[in-house]
Write a protein that binds this ligand. Structure first.
Ligand code: PGA
Length: 251
């Protein structure tokens, strides 16, 4: 049985006070839910207070990014240990915004994933093609490169822990959700790529989330698909009623 996850990526939104209020609402509705795993990824500044607010609940906390080094002269960065000791169990890595706006490469994402796993954090590694890549027929090649580069030399047991998020860049924040069929097709493709390296058994255990304009109104169709194990949600995760409705759609 694959772990199901509904994850909220708050991006650069919510102050400490706003974040506490949001998780207060979420906790009331789904605080005792552990299947799916309910995960919120606040900005770094709100991690500790959000963790405190969620202490008596099943809701997990994740970072949105981290540096691959243990510590040192990396102004503005944050380490795996800092995330862990702030209450995080997960960390989003290689989000398309990090790749596009902060020049993160597959090699860098791989270094971060290795570090996260070594530290005891579960990485959520994001992959996804642009519209141009999809329309020019390069989608499979792009996904294959991202998967092999970002997950390079992970052990089988680390691969089983790692979560993949398929987030087509053209669907992120655009309101243009992939159809359940389009998403399922890529999820199946990703699982086949994993099977080539790790075999069917491991590939079947890896949780693959879909992300890109997921809302309460389109979640049911996506979650009916066999290979869609949950969602990574941006905009709709900022509203308690939308987010909790998506969690309930997966229950
Ligand atoms: P969105 O963002 O739900 O606002 O499209 C998804 C993401 O970037 O993870």
């Amino acid at each position: 049985m694959r772990r199901k996850i509904i994850a909220g990526n708050w991006k650069m939104n919510k102050t400490v006070v706003d974040g506490q209020a949001l998780v207060g609402e979420i906790k009331k509705e789904v605080g005792k839910v552990n299947d799916p795993v309910v995960l919120v990824c606040p900005p770094f500044t709100a991690l500790t207070e959000v963790a405190m607010a969620l202490k008596d609940s099943e809701i997990q906390i994740g970072g949105q990014h981290m540096h691959e080094a243990d510590s040192g002269a990396y102004t503005g960065e944050i380490s795996a240990e800092m995330l862990l000791t702030s209450g995080c169990t997960y960390v989003i890595l290689g989000h398309s915004e990090r790749r596009a706006l902060f020049s993160e490469t597959d090699k860098l994402v791989n270094a971060k994933a290795q570090k996260a796993l070594a530290a005891g954090l579960i990485p959520i590694v994001c992959v996804g093609e642009t519209l141009e890549q999809r329309e020019s027929g390069a989608m499979e090649k792009v996904i294959e490169e991202q998967i092999s580069g970002s997950l390079d030399s992970l052990s089988e047991s680390d691969m089983k822990k790692t979560v993949i998020a398929y987030e087509p860049v053209w669907a992120i924040g655009t309101g243009k959700v992939a159809t359940p069929e389009q998403a399922e097709e890529v999820h199946v493709y990703i699982r086949r790529l994993l099977a080539k390296t790790y075999g069917d058994e491991t590939a079947n255990e890896v949780t693959i989330l879909y992300g890109g304009s997921v809302k309460a109104s389109n979640a049911d169709g996506l979650f009916e698909k066999e290979n869609i194990d949950g969602a990574l949600i941006g905009g709709a995760s900022l509203k308690a009623d939308e987010f909790t409705a998506i969690v309930k759609a997966m229950m």
